[in-house]
Design a protein around this ligand. Structure first.
Ligand SMILES: *[C@@H]1O[C@H](CO)[C@@H](O)[C@H](O)[C@H]1NC(C)=O
Ligand SMILES: *[C@@H]1O[C@H](CO)[C@@H](O)[C@H](O)[C@H]1NC(C)=O
Ligand SMILES: *[C@@H]1O[C@H](CO)[C@@H](O)[C@H](O)[C@H]1NC(C)=O
Ligand SMILES: *[C@@H]1O[C@H](CO)[C@@H](O)[C@H](O)[C@H]1NC(C)=O
Ligand SMILES: *[C@@H]1O[C@H](CO)[C@@H](O)[C@H](O)[C@H]1NC(C)=O
Ligand SMILES: *[C@@H]1O[C@H](CO)[C@@H](O)[C@H](O)[C@H]1NC(C)=O
Ligand SMILES: *[C@@H]1O[C@H](CO)[C@@H](O)[C@H](O)[C@H]1NC(C)=O
Ligand SMILES: *[C@@H]1O[C@H](CO)[C@@H](O)[C@H](O)[C@H]1NC(C)=O
Ligand SMILES: *[C@@H]1O[C@H](CO)[C@@H](O)[C@H](O)[C@H]1NC(C)=O
Length: 824
């Protein structure tokens, strides 16, 4: 088995909360103040519960008796998955009354799930559109879907529910209609087009999407009928689709609504539910993750996008994809890119591809000017150009990327009149699409740039022109993990994501008023691909067999990544290995001994060889830092040591055998052609510093440098600002006397051992119990945040405090680099 490490690149995203606008209530970024999803015990012995009651009626009665002012939103009654209600408290101090209600299993804050946001969208203009990839089926070829289509398998009879922005069912390739007998056989709009988080949902029975487009693209990847002018077809285009619309035209949605949609999918007896949505949490414990996991455990296949935060490094996957039993989906790039080319006049030379979907659209032939004749120069055009530089307005200016930003370089050459700039890759920037404001600029490959400079040096007087000349270019990282695809694992060490599908540069259906077809990228596109693949599997194997999607090996700069789905082999494999992944946890909770069962499901005797092939380890936290490295996550050659209980055996048809592996970190397990994947952390996560104090800025009270009074009126509240360098299972903020000398006494294990993660009650308000915390006397608890994600890069969190100053925050000690290794 090889160790794997996902590959990712590009700029850092910044999660920034403006400190100038106080955040209302005791809350962090994505939590809706005062709104909770309350899960109740369904057994009958609850005090105050009557047999004729709705399951949560006793909670509401308790609140009414205590004089609590509250609203009830969605009510959930799916025994075995979720029974309870979404409750809004008008007054934060009533949280205690809610907490003290009888028969409560869990209280979780309502969180916002942001509007789905594709990485890139290009609307195809028509058949003549030069940007149309000429091999629209390349994604099917990559994954074996083409072979299943050739066998006549299209997912017929399988029901798939799409929880998204709705679907434009008027699209001719999506059946052109809505209701029984149509491809989009049903659905529900939970919110209405005008909905944005915070507004009142206006539900109706019509999930039409003609203003957003996201759900329409998702539907096409599963279900687009062939025979359209673009030769695009869905992975399982004879499956029956239901559209659960949970977003308005723009904006985010409360997860109480996503939960309602999941339960509706259960009630409608969907075989598969697919969600190309999520919010970063990196814990398996948020409401949507918990509920989606329970839905999956009940027998419905649940596929969820892993997220597009690859640039932010490890430990940053999204919920509901973090749910233990759901399939979280990573993205790989399509193998072809449609790029424009510049023609060369003066010497015989192939057109030069530049990274642009559309032609630069400039007519004329232009001589070239290179700002440096040295093709190793590290800071080309980072400073003012020499006085000897001619007026560049009639040239194509050639500049090497690197050192300073491309925008900065463009500004330098513009001072000499340059109108058209081609940047060539310096090996670090990459051959990527760039966008430099209102400027004719594009990226070319290093070799092309070096050739152009050599022509400039030789004074060959070549010219370049920019006709509308699109060409399919084999995409250098096609078939590999997309740069944007989020890294796992979760903070509780679940292996997310574990399967990948094509999600970069994918053509699909688009709402008729918005252009009919589009090319787009994101794990949102990979997710329905897996949903469709699962439909082919259920069709072939029957609904009762359970699904094990097989992954093939993806290469990534020498290391590997979550496996690319191979649907054909998933169906025709004659060996199963279960479980499909081995979770080693971290060194504090290490599970050294792992076992898996190999079963021969074929009709002939088979001989198995079991061995271990070490691969890569990802260094998710650099040794000089307390926070996770940005993507691409650096790799190390440190390997785990694996001892196996057997080196091989023979299995008769139908026979199975258990294999035990003893794994010593940091390292990995052997890959056979069918193999479980394993993941473990070579450090104790509970020792990770949570509060970033390295910048000597945080934590701080915004704008406060000495004693200060607050009136607690209007905006006159103290705001605590902090950066979490790592996600935390528990963050408490207590008020202590300013005179107290505080030393850290918190025993981290008392936090980690609070019980089973899934059943742990989650509160976002103080438990309000003792006068001490970790033996430090406190005046009172201000707030508590449970299972929160880390802050990103330069971001921080601000929370408004309802009490006086005198705040101290617990910190824990240092630790070495954290590595996690995973493999298959
Ligand atoms: C909230 O409840 C507290 C305690 O019962 C009370 O003092 C306060 O007036 C209430 N605030 C509002 C706005 O009702
Ligand atoms: C796309 O079209 C070009 C030119 O017609 C051809 O050379 C190329 O092989 C095609 N690509 C694929 C993937 O079929
Ligand atoms: C669609 O596919 C058919 C058969 O493979 C082919 O003949 C036709 O040229 C394709 N059309 C386009 C627009 O690629
Ligand atoms: C080209 O630039 C590199 C990097 O700055 C430098 O090391 C090298 O000496 C330069 N070559 C010439 C010929 O100036
Ligand atoms: C692009 O270059 C052409 C030709 O020099 C020029 O006319 C045009 O203004 C340029 N466009 C921009 C946006 O700079
Ligand atoms: C390029 O043009 C310059 C100036 O007109 C001329 O001196 C030179 O010979 C030309 N080079 C070639 C290779 O034609
Ligand atoms: C790792 O151990 C912790 C502490 O027992 C537990 O909460 C967590 O669920 C475990 N993770 C996995 C993947 O088993
Ligand atoms: C805070 O208010 C008290 C009471 O009015 C006053 O004595 C004290 O000087 C104030 N402190 C500051 C820093 O303004
Ligand atoms: C804190 O210390 C100051 C100065 O030493 C003293 O005046 C004050 O009473 C102390 N506060 C408490 C609550 O002990």
């Amino acid at each position: 088995m090889k160790f794997l490490a996902a590959l990712v690149s590009l700029s850092l995203a910044v999660n920034y909360v403006s400190a100038d606008v106080p955040i209302e209530g005791v809350t962090a970024l994505t939590v809706v103040p005062g709104q909770f999803i309350v899960e109740v015990d369904t057994s009958s012995h609850i005090p105050g519960k009557r047999s004729t009651d709705a399951p949560h009626a006793h909670v509401l009665r308790h609140l009414t008796e205590r004089g609590v002012n509250f609203n009830v939103g969605h009510e959930y009654n799916t025994p075995g998955i979720l029974v309870g209600a979404a409750i809004t408290l008008k007054n934060a101090s009533d949280a205690k009354a809610l907490q003290e209600s009888p028969g409560i299993v869990a209280i979780r804050p309502v969180m916002l799930i942001p509007a789905p946001d594709p990485v890139e969208v290009h609307v195809i203009s028509g058949l003549g559109d030069p940007n149309l990839p000429n091999d629209t089926q390349s994604t099917h070829v990559l994954t074996g879907v083409d072979k299943l289509h050739a066998e006549g398998r299209f997912g017929e009879g399988i029901k798939i529910g799409i929880i998204d922005t709705g679907v434009d069912y008027t699209h001719p390739s999506l059946g052109g209609g809505f209701g029984p007998g149509f491809k989009i056989a049903g659905g529900y709009d939970f919110v209405g087009d005008a909905y944005e988080a915070g507004s009142t949902p206006q539900p109706d029975n019509d999930p039409l999407d003609q203003c957003n487009g996201h759900g329409t693209r998702v539907a096409g990847i599963i279900g687009a009928d062939p025979g359209n002018i673009f030769n695009i077809s869905g992975v399982a285009y004879k499956s029956t689709l239901t559209a659960y619309k949970v977003f308005g035209c723009i904006g985010s949605v409360g997860d109480d609504i996503v939960v309602a949609a999941l339960l509706r999918g259960v009630a409608d007896k969907q075989d598969i539910l697919t969600l190309s949505l999520g919010a970063p949490s990196a814990w398996s414990t948020t409401t949507t993750s918990v509920v989606a996991s329970r839905v999956a455990a009940s027998g419905i296949i649940v596929t969820v996008a892993a997220g597009n935060n690859g640039a932010s490094g490890g430990w940053y996957t999204t919920g509901p994809g973090n749910g233990v039993d759901v399939i979280a989906v990573a993205s790989i790039d399509n193998t072809y890119l449609q790029l424009q080319t510049a023609s060369v006049q003066g010497v015989q030379h192939d057109p030069i591809p530049y990274h642009q979907l559309w032609s630069l659209g400039i007519s004329g032939e232009f001589p070239i000017y290179a700002t440096s004749t040295n093709t190793s120069v590290v800071d080309d055009a980072c400073g003012p150009l020499p006085d000897s530089t001619p007026d560049l307005s009639d040239y194509v200016t050639i500049v090497r990327a690197g050192s300073c930003t491309l925008d900065w370089k463009a500004a330098q050459v513009a001072t000499k009149g340059a109108n058209i700039v081609l940047f060539y890759d310096d090996g670090l920037t990459g051959f990527v699409k760039i966008n430099i404001g209102n400027y004719n600029a594009s990226m070319i490959q290093a070799a092309d740039g070096e050739w152009l400079v050599s022509q400039f040096v030789a004074n060959t007087n070549i010219t370049l022109s920019f006709p509308d000349a699109s060409t399919p270019v084999a995409y250098p990282v096609g078939g590999l993990i997309s740069y944007f695809s989020s890294y796992g694992p979760t903070n509780d060490k679940y292996f997310k994501p574990a399967v990948a599908a094509p999600g970069g540069n994918i053509p699909s259906t688009y709402p008729l008023p918005m252009g009919t077809w589009a090319v787009l990228s994101g794990t949102s596109m990979a997710t329905p691909f897996i949903a469709g693949s699962a439909a082919l599997l259920l069709e072939a194997k029957g609904r009762t067999t359970g699904v094990a999607l097989r992954a093939q090996h993806i290469r990534n700069n020498g290391a590997d990544a979550p496996g690319l789905v191979d649907v054909y082999k998933s169906i025709y494999t004659e060996t199963t290995v279960s479980p499909g992944e081995l979770l080693l946890n971290d060194t504090a909770y290490y599970r050294k001994t792992q076992s898996f069962t190999v079963k021969n499901t074929g009709k002939s005797i088979k001989t198995y060889t079991i061995s271990h092939v070490p691969a890569g380890t990802a260094l998710t936290i650099p040794s000089n830092s307390i926070q996770p490295a940005a993507g691409p996550v650096p790799l190390s050659t440190a390997y785990a040591n694996v001892q196996l209980s057997t080196t091989g055996f023979l299995l008769l048809p139908g026979e199975s055998r258990q294999v035990t592996a003893f794994i010593t970190p940091p390292a990995a397990r052997r890959k056979t052609r069918t193999s479980p994947t394993y993941l473990g952390l070579a450090a104790a996560l509970k020792d990770a510093p949570i509060f970033d104090n390295t910048q000597a800025i945080y934590p701080r009270i915004h704008g406060v440098t000495g004693p200060q009074n607050f009136t607690f009126n209007s905006y006159d509240y103290p705001i605590l600002e902090y950066r979490l360098s790592f996600g935390t299972a528990l963050l408490r903020i207590d008020l202590v006397d300013p005179n107290i000398t505080l030393t850290t006494t918190l025993n981290p294990s008392s936090v980690a051992e609070r019980g089973s993660v899934l059943d742990e009650p989650i509160f976002t308000f103080p438990h309000g119990k003792p006068n001490t915390f970790a033996q430090v006397s406190i005046i009172g608890a201000l707030t508590e945040l449970d299972y929160f994600p880390r802050d990103l890069d330069l971001g921080y969190t601000g929370i408004t405090l309802g009490l006086e100053l005198g705040l101290r925050i617990q910190r824990s000690g240092n630790m070495g680099p954290i590595a996690f290794c995973y493999g298959h």
